[in-house]
Design a protein around this ligand. Structure first.
Ligand code: SF4
Ligand code: SF4
Length: 478
């Protein structure tokens, strides 16, 4: 019997675990309680236990407009960020493989109706050239991106590109983790991606509101809301433990999206025993035939910061990613509140690392706000007191999914992520940094070695850093 879908986080049906009625009821409850400061205090106290918050609790905090409570939420987000991630910021870069796409997403210039955009698909030689350019910047972790096009970008093409990327060893460079952001696909294809050794499978939901979703994706396979939403369940069935969620803020009401993304996280935890590895928080940006003003749900920087802070305290173990869509100033603000991974020196067009896009080139997926080089971003992070990390250790040690989560929960992160950050930063300084960045980095490493709690680990890390700088050794990890 069909009828209104009933909320059930354990269901495998999208409309039951991302349940519209439950979200609307959550928003009503949040509105009703937004001035109930006793309840808000109770929720903040619960968040202090560092075990997370439910979508309802998080929604109350988001609705609450009391400035002193917002300040408390920010302070807690900063503390949780510090406790779980220290001062480390993991670095990555996107690599666009192909902008051929059969979908009709109205917010993306790669939609198939855009006939004047320059369409490109990298050959394997071009992939090689792009990867060498990325390695020469110092990147070790990539997120590959491709439009959905079964003819131009079939799974075999993606797998071939992954193989090519992992195979390139240029000077001391190596891409050690390839995260994949491609369209929702079958369990069988997820198995193939798993076997190809991918890191995280990332798929943005764009919006959790089914009605809006269908309007924003009027044509193409992506139009199917349930197939798209259930992709993470299929990915996990295919053996991929690390999945990355995201919404494109600006498409729908942000309060709806926050409730939706947290319900998605709750569902993954309930069914697969492990929540999302990362959450991305992109905001809609201008691009070729896309004007963000056409979308009337845009959010200001303050609301954006509050969303980041609430996600941080609601899912403390989930990494949070921000791209070069955001300006330096916004990035600085949200790094403090919860973001743990950022891209640097990004090009958002196909082939953009070898041939940077010209002013009049229209092939980028979105306009980059932060146009600094990776070296500038690394230096800037260190000047702010952050440790740029090129670590990819967990995935390579098989610490994915729940094994990764148990590392987080065991409190051993400081004895693991911290020395790994320092060792990979040393590699970066030796191989790629400008003299100024190198000088700042060397001081930082000497200082931060002292902050490794376990004396044995501290000693080994110091020896390995010396091996890197004096004997040209690379690729150590805990
Ligand atoms: S968002 Fe993705 S699926 Fe949609 S048009 Fe752009 S590249 Fe294609
Ligand atoms: S040790 Fe694992 S969790 Fe820590 S930074 Fe490296 S890859 Fe990430």
């Amino acid at each position: 019997m069909s009828g209104t879908p009933k909320y059930d986080p354990k269901s495998l049906k999208a409309e039951e675990y991302i349940n519209d009625a439950e979200i609307r009821e959550t928003l009503r409850y949040a509105d009703e309680n937004k001035d109930n400061l006793a309840l808000v205090d109770e929720i903040i106290e619960k968040a202090k236990l560092r075990k997370g918050l439910s979508h309802r609790e998080a929604s109350v905090l988001l609705a609450c407009e009391d400035e002193s409570k917002t300040a408390e939420i920010y302070a807690l987000a900063q503390q949780i960020k510090k406790d779980f991630y220290g001062d480390r910021i993991v670095m990555f870069a996107p690599l666009y493989l192909s902008n051929y796409c059969v979908n009709g997403c109205v917010y993306c210039p790669y939609h198939y109706k855009n006939k004047h955009i320059c369409r490109k698909k990298l050959t394997q030689d071009e992939v090689r050239a792009e990867v060498i350019a990325l390695q020469d910047m110092g990147h070790k972790r990539l997120a590959i991106e491709a439009g959905e096009d079964p003819v131009n970008n079939p799974i075999e093409y993606i797998l071939e590109c992954i193989d090519t990327i992992y195979s390139i060893k240029h000077k001391n460079g190596a891409i050690r983790r390839v995260n994949v952001n491609i369209a929702a696909t079958t369990v069988e294809n997820y198995k193939k991606l798993h076997d190809a050794g991918i890191g995280t499978y990332i798929l943005f939901q764009e919006t959790y509101n089914k009605e809006s979703y269908e309007k924003l994706h009027p044509t193409g396979p992506k139009h199917n809301y349930c197939y798209h939403t259930e992709a993470m369940d299929r990915a996990m069935e295919g053996g991929i433990d690390d999945v990355g969620l995201g919404v494109l803020f600006g498409l729908e009401l942000y309060r709806y999206e926050l409730a939706g993304i947290l319900m998605h996280a709750e569902h993954l935890e309930a069914v697969h025993g492990v929540g999302p590895h990362t959450i991305s928080v992109p905001r809609i940006r201008a691009a070729d035939d896309i004007d963000p003003d056409d979308f009337d749900n845009g959010i200001d920087d303050e609301t954006f910061a509050k969303i980041v802070a609430i996600i941080r305290i609601a899912v403390p173990y989930t990494g949070m990613i921000i791209s070069t869509r955001e300006s330096k100033a916004v990035r600085e603000k949200v790094l403090k509140l919860g973001v743990s991974q950022i891209s640097g020196g990004s090009r958002t067009s196909v082939g953009g690392y070898v041939e940077p896009e010209e002013e009049d080139d229209n092939s980028a997926q979105f306009d980059v706000s932060d146009k600094r080089t990776l070296d500038e971003v690394v230096k800037w992070l260190m000047e702010l007191g952050y440790i740029p990390s090129f670590c990819t250790a967990c995935y390579r040690e098989g610490r994915t999914g729940d094994r990764f989560m148990s590392l987080c929960k065991s409190g051993q992160i400081q004895n693991c992520c911290h020395p790994n950050a320092l060792m990979t930063l040393e590699e970066y300084l030796m191989d790629y940094a400008s003299p100024e960045t190198k000088a700042i980095g060397e001081k930082m490493i000497a200082r931060e070695l002292e902050n490794i709690p376990n004396p044995k680990v501290k000693k080994i890390a110091a020896e390995r850093i010396k091996e890197i700088s004096e004997n040209g050794k690379r690729d150590f990890r805990f």
